[in-house]
Every structure is written in structure tokens, then in C-alpha cells.
Design a protein around this ligand. Structure first.
Ligand code: BG6
Length: 288
């Protein structure tokens, strides 16, 4: 008999998450941030990197998985406001789940404006995240403007991938794309595949095709819709020492490829209109 289960689980400190199990995969999604922090296909290694010293505490974003950066990506010019917005540390509502077949489950989460969010970002909104879990992973982040006037968002599905060793991976699909180097604030053009031998923090622009992460034993393909920017980040040695909830050597086994609307790919959402950022992630195990 196939097992399909969607349950609400609780850690001893009260931190709640949804556990999804079907015949293709297991996934865990925290109500804080609608944060997918575990996805593992049956008989494979976890796809997502998750810090083993991560916080599971209200108000502190989980380090790893797929944090939702919204309604702004990166720093806010008002330094009292949180980096990457408030969605990742807000408590979302678990709306529903669906199991169309033994291999597939989908779960829907919702966040709407409150007195607290209006203080940080003075707009009325409905934000919905649908996660579909089967042999692939699909995330659809739908922003609806409930305000009288238009608003602008930047956002990212800040995916942390688990990698065997950062010095052995490459990213394909961004050759010749312009990027903003967040370390120098200069505009550059990508030349060939991306390899890692120092800190990388870049917003790739005009991205219109698949991005492929090549590792020793697997190949991961990321397909984005309604997005033309992709953030690539690895903090490398020195920055990792300053990061919260990360061990000093953590940079070796993680890499972020973020499906985004960032920098000049900001989105204007008109009243009573919606925008959906979508990412589909496929992983293929390579037999050695
Ligand atoms: C990335 C940014 O998206 O997120 C980096 O490009 C940043 O500059 C990283 O350091 C992690 O951010 P945080 O807020 O989760 O520590």
C-alpha cells in the first residue's frame, strides 16, 4: 500500500511544521515562513542543505532549505527593517493539502497583511505559497495586491542546495548573462560556467532558460517562470565565520541558487492583480 501522509508536527519548543510523505519523497515545511526545510526523494540524499545548528525559534529564519524573501530581497534602505523582508519570519496559515495520486502531494500556505506587517510595509496583500512535492519540487509564490494603489516587490525563493564539495560543482545556463556583483557593486558579464574558489554573491539578469547545477553524483535543473533574475551565493571562508547559524566549514557543502525577482527585475503589482513567481526543481541521480 502506498503511503501518503500530510500531518502537523511540533518540536518540543512548540515550533510547528507540516510533514509530507508520499511514494516519491518526504518534505517538511515550517509554518514560520512557509519554509520548506527538508525535501528528500525516496532512496536519495536530501536535495536541500540545512544547517545542523539552525534555529527553530520564532522570529529567527531557519538557515537552509528555501526561505521566502518577500516583499523585498536583500537589505532595506531603512536599516531597522529585516534583511530579505518579513515573510520568512512570519507565521503563515496552513490552508489545505491535496494528494491527486500516490506520488504527488501539494500544500498551500497563506500570509496576509496585519497591523505588524503594515508597520513595516504599508500595503494590503495576500501572499500564497503552493508547494507540490513529487519526483520534482514546484513552488508557486502568488502575490495579490489588495491595496488601492499599485505596489512594487522584490523577492526570492532562496534555495540552499546540498552539494558534495563546493570545489567540485559548477553552474551551467548563465553564460554571457549580465550580473550585478554584490561584492563590488559592479556590472559584469558571465564568461562560461560558474565555478567556486572564493565568495560569490551575484544577481544574474535577463535569465530566460534553465539553470543547471552539476555535482559529482547528481544534476539539478531549475526552471523559473515570471522571473528573469537568479541570485547565486556562496559565503566562502571569511563570511561564513560571521554568518548566524552556520558552522565554519558549512560553505563547503552548500550553494544558493535563488529564483528571484531582484534588483532591476522588481515587479509592480496593480490593485486586485496578482503575480506568481514559480520554480520547478528537478534532480537526476548520476550513477558513478
Ligand atoms: C543572499 C544574499 O541572498 O542571502 C547574501 O545575496 C546574504 O548577501 C545571504 O548574505 C544570506 O542572508 P541572510 O539574511 O539569510 O543571512
Amino acid at each position: 500500500m502506498e503511503v501518503i501522509v500530510v500531518t502537523i508536527e511540533k518540536l518540543s519548543n512548540g515550533f510547528e511544521y507540516i510533514l509530507v510523505q508520499n511514494s516519491s519523497a518526504v518534505a517538511k515545511i515550517a509554518l514560520q515562513g512557509a519554509h520548506l526545510f527538508h525535501y528528500c526523494k525516496t532512496n536519495e540524499e536530501p536535495l536541500l542543505w540545512l544547517s545542523d545548528i539552525s534555529y527553530y525559534e520564532q522570529g529567527k529564519a531557519i538557515r537552509g532549505g528555501i526561505p521566502i524573501c518577500w516583499p523585498w530581497f536583500g537589505f532595506h534602505k531603512d536599516k531597522t527593517l529585516p534583511q530579505h523582508g518579513f515573510a520568512r519570519t512570519s507565521i503563515w496559515k496552513f490552508v489545505s493539502s491535496d494528494e491527486p495520486d500516490a506520488k504527488t502531494s501539494s500544500v498551500i500556505f497563506r500570509l496576509t497583511h496585519s497591523d505588524e506587517t503594515l508597520k513595516m510595509w504599508n500595503h494590503k496583500f495576500d501572499l500564497e505559497l503552493k508547494i507540490t512535492i513529487n519526483d520534482s519540487l514546484k513552488l508557486e509564490l502568488k502575490t495579490t495586491n489588495l491595496d488601492e494603489g499599485e505596489f512594487t516587490i522584490t523577492q526570492a525563493l532562496h534555495t540552499y542546495f546540498a552539494v558534495s564539495d563546493i570545489s567540485e560543482v559548477s553552474i551551467n545556463g548563465l553564460n554571457k548573462k549580465p550580473y550585478l556583483d554584490a561584492l563590488t557593486l559592479k556590472q559584469e558579464i558571465q564568461d562560461g560556467d560558474i565555478f567556486f574558489n572564493s565568495e560569490v554573491d551575484r544577481v544574474y539578469q535577463k535569465v530566460d532558460g534553465e539553470v543547471i547545477l552539476r555535482d559529482k553524483n547528481r544534476e539539478i535543473t531549475i526552471m523559473n517562470s515570471c522571473s528573469s533574475s537568479v541570485v547565486v551565493w556562496n559565503p566562502w571562508i571569511e563570511k561564513t565565520k560571521r554568518m548566524s547559524a552556520m558552522r565554519e566549514d558549512a560553505y563547503r557543502n552548500m550553494l544558493c541558487i535563488e529564483s528571484s525577482n531582484a534588483y532591476d527585475d522588481a515587479v509592480v503589482v496593480k490593485p486586485n492583480s496578482s503575480h506568481t513567481l514559480e520554480a520547478v526543481i528537478l534532480s537526476l541521480h548520476k550513477s558513478s
